[in-house]
Every structure is written in C-alpha cells, then in structure tokens.
Design a protein around this ligand. Structure first.
Ligand SMILES: Nc1ncnc2c1ncn2[C@@H]1O[C@H](COP(=O)(O)OP(=O)(O)OP(=O)(O)O)[C@@H](O)[C@H]1O
Ligand code: SF4
Ligand SMILES: [Mg+2]
Length: 373
C-alpha cells in the first residue's frame, strides 16, 4: 500500500462532522517553560457515530477530550493552535457561560472514576435533577421524573427508590450507570466517555459498554470513547484514532484497523491484546515506554520502540500523517513509501532484540533489501 498525499487540514477535519478537531496543539507550563503535549491532533466524528481515541498512558487522550469542553486546568495549560468545531461553532471561541450550556447539555461526559464526579452529600436523583434544571426549563418535579427515567434507562433496578440514595450506597458499576444517566439526561448530541469502564471488573465492564451502545442507538448520539484498551473498541466503535506521544499516528475504520493496521504502533497494540494471544503463550507487550513530552526523540516519535525503524530515516525525519490508497491515515514513513505492508506488521513478533538499536536494524533492512546502505 502506497502513499497518495500528505493529509491536508481540510481532509483531516472536515467541517461536516458533528465534531471536528483540526490541527490542535495543547501545551502545559512546567519548570519555567511551555511544553507541547498534543501536536497537530485532528479528528472528525459524524452525528450518531462512534470514534475511539486509543493509546498508551500519556499519549494525550484525556487532555484532548478535556480541551473539547474547555476543562483543561487554567493558567498551567493552553490550546496554542487549532480549532474545535462542534455543531457549527468553534468551541475554543466560546465564553465560560456559553461553555456551561454546552457541558452537560449538548455534550455529556463520563469519566473513569465516578466518585470524583458524583457529590457524596447529595442523593443521586437530586444531582441528576439539578443537571436537568441547569439545561432545561422544567419544574423540580419534572426534573426529578426525568432523573428517575434516565436511571431506569441506565439499568438501575427500582430506579424511583434508588434515586433517593446517596452515591456511597451504590456499587462501582451502579455509580458508573448513574454517571451515564446524568450524562444522557439532557439528550446530548455527543457523549465523551474517558475510560468509562477501566475502574470496573470485567463482567461489569462488558455490561456498561453494552449499555452505552444501546443508549447510543436509542438516542442517536455520537460517542467519543477514550481508552488505552484496543480490546474494548472492537465491538463498540465505527472508527479509531490511535494516538502516540501526543499525536495521531493512525486513523481507520475499526474493522480495517483490526484487519490491516497501517502503523507499527497500532500493530503492536493489536499483538499485545490478551484476546489475540494463543492459550498457554506468554502475553507480549511493546518494549519501552511512551516518551515524556519534553524528551521526544528526533524524527519519528515511535522510532526507539519500533521493530521496523530505519536508521538515517526514521530517527531523522518527522513523519507527516498521510492518506493511503485504502483511505487509512498513517504517520509512518516506511508504510507511506510502500516498504512495509500490514501483513508484515501483523506477522512480526513483538520486541525483536534489535528493536532499540537503530543501526542494527538499518543493516538488517539493507541486507533484506539487497542494498549496501
Ligand atoms: N496537569 C498537568 N500538568 C502537566 N502535564 C500534564 C498535566 N496533565 C497531563 N499532562 C501531560 O500531558 C500528557 C498527556 O496526558 P493525558 O492525561 O492526556 O494522557 P492519557 O493518554 O489520557 O493517559 P492515560 O491513559 O494514563 O489516561 C502527559 O505527558 C501528561 O504528563
Ligand atoms: S516511521 Fe519508521 S520508526 Fe516510525 S513507525 Fe514507521 S517504521 Fe517505525
Ligand atoms: Mg487519560
């Protein structure tokens, strides 16, 4: 598969999506300097669609989703470039009072740890009713009725009674369902779900994801699912954006990503999935760690961990996100040049011993290619 063109901004962030993030840079101030933690992030989500933002810890998933709601910490962070178009407006240009209408009204949100978002001193029903009253002109009674209704929708048994309980009397899974109920209470067009099931055990995880999918179908809302676990997106999402060290490295429909990944990092994540490890075989992981934002390697940010890195190229040239003939977007020089195929990425064992030695890899590749590089 070969490159067609570098992706231009209008292709990455078409304005006909419900949400279109274009060329976003996010910076944090630490130790006397601004450091970029997200670079040129672009993504598009169509009305009613579902997109997963996937990547290891520290890849910039949460800060990207917080930036949509202007919830990045004040004074120590800034969006230094880009646009976030939502339903026809650039959210970055809205005032705090306008954003309050967007948050919880047009865009619902669920975070990883529901106890940080539910207030322990109010009943679950009161908190949901309060959200409803912030965004809709309804009486207290109507708001309470809506709270019970959405708790029912979220699968809370005996919702009318449980609405009067405080969050501490809910189990972890029930609290997450209560958060989901709150998030959908105003029928948002978009739901942001940041690691919504990570704190839950596996069976509860599955039922919460099933609930999200069912609500998405019933309410027709779009979902941006943030997760470090590629496994959870397989059944849930239409499209996937894989983030690495603050930048998107692959964008693809979920079936294509699973069937023919077009970036060594995506392929590494797939091969690390427990579901893909044959019974009795040891689980594998991508060697090394995501680099800190102030210690990014020159060239391709994934090069120090990449089994396919080519010395003199991958450690020098910073890859552009390019569109392949099959429509997938990749930030890999060798895939774009047609030197590597999805098949090779999928077949290679993870963490070949040469993975961290670019010069050895260069020799290996040169020998394979019969060149004298
Ligand atoms: N408050 C902060 N101050 C300074 N740097 C921060 C802050 N919050 C996030 N960062 C940095 O921004 C980068 C991206 O962090 P982010 O939380 O978005 O990662 P993530 O992909 O969501 O990871 P995880 O899977 O662990 O949730 C990291 O390098 C992180 O250290
Ligand atoms: S550009 Fe080079 S180092 Fe980066 S992912 Fe592609 S092969 Fe690996
Ligand atoms: Mg996060």
């Amino acid at each position: 598969m070969t490159i067609t063109d570098p992706v231009i901004a209008s292709e990455r962030g078409s304005t006909d999506g419900l949400l279109s993030i274009r060329d976003l840079n996010i910076e944090f101030f630490a130790r006397g300097a601004w450091t970029r933690v997200v670079s040129d992030a672009s993504l598009t989500l169509k009305p009613g669609g579902s997109l997963a933002l996937v990547g290891e810890s520290g890849s910039g998933k949460t800060v990207t989703s917080l930036s949509i709601l202007q919830l990045l910490p004040k004074n120590i962070s800034r969006v230094s470039k880009g646009a976030i178009d939502f339903d026809g407006r650039n959210l970055l240009t809205l005032s705090e009072s306008q954003m309050r209408n967007v948050r919880g009204g047009e865009i619902g949100m669920i975070f990883q740890e529901p106890m940080t978002s539910l207030n322990p001193v109010f009943t679950v029903g009161d908190q949901i009713a309060e959200t409803v009253r912030q965004h809709r002109k309804v009486s207290r009674k109507e708001a309470w009725a809506r709270a019970v209704e959405v708790l029912e929708l979220a699968g809370i048994p005996a919702a009318a009674r449980r609405a009067k309980d405080y969050p501490h009397s809910f189990s972890g899974g029930m609290r997450q369902r209560a958060m989901i109920a709150m998030a959908i209470s105003c029928e948002p067009k978009l739901l942001l779900a940041d690691e919504p099931t990570t704190a839950l055990d596996v069976t509860v995880q599955a039922s919460v994801l099933q609930l999200l999918r069912q609500l998405q179908d019933e309410l027709g809302m779009a979902v941006l699912l943030v997760t470090h676990d590629l496994g959870v997106v397989a059944d849930f999402c239409d499209d996937v954006t894989v983030m690495y060290a603050g930048e998107p490295v692959e964008v693809a429909p979920v079936d294509d990503l699973f069937g023919r990944p077009s970036h060594p990092y995506s392929a590494g994540l797939l091969r690390s999935l427990p579901q893909r490890t044959p019974p009795g075989e040891e689980l594998t992981a991508i060697p090394g760690m995501v680099p800190q934002p102030d210690q990014l390697p020159p060239g391709c940010r994934f090069a120090p961990r990449c089994d396919f890195a080519l010395a003199g190229v991958c450690d020098v040239e910073h890859p552009e996100l390019v569109k392949l003939e099959n429509g997938q977007l990749t930030r890999c020089i060798r895939i774009a040049r047609g030197e590597l195929s999805s098949g090779e990425l999928v077949a290679a064992p993870l963490g070949t011993p040469a993975a961290h030695d670019l010069s050895t890899i260069a020799t290996d590749v040169a020998e394979q290619n019969g060149s004298d590089r």
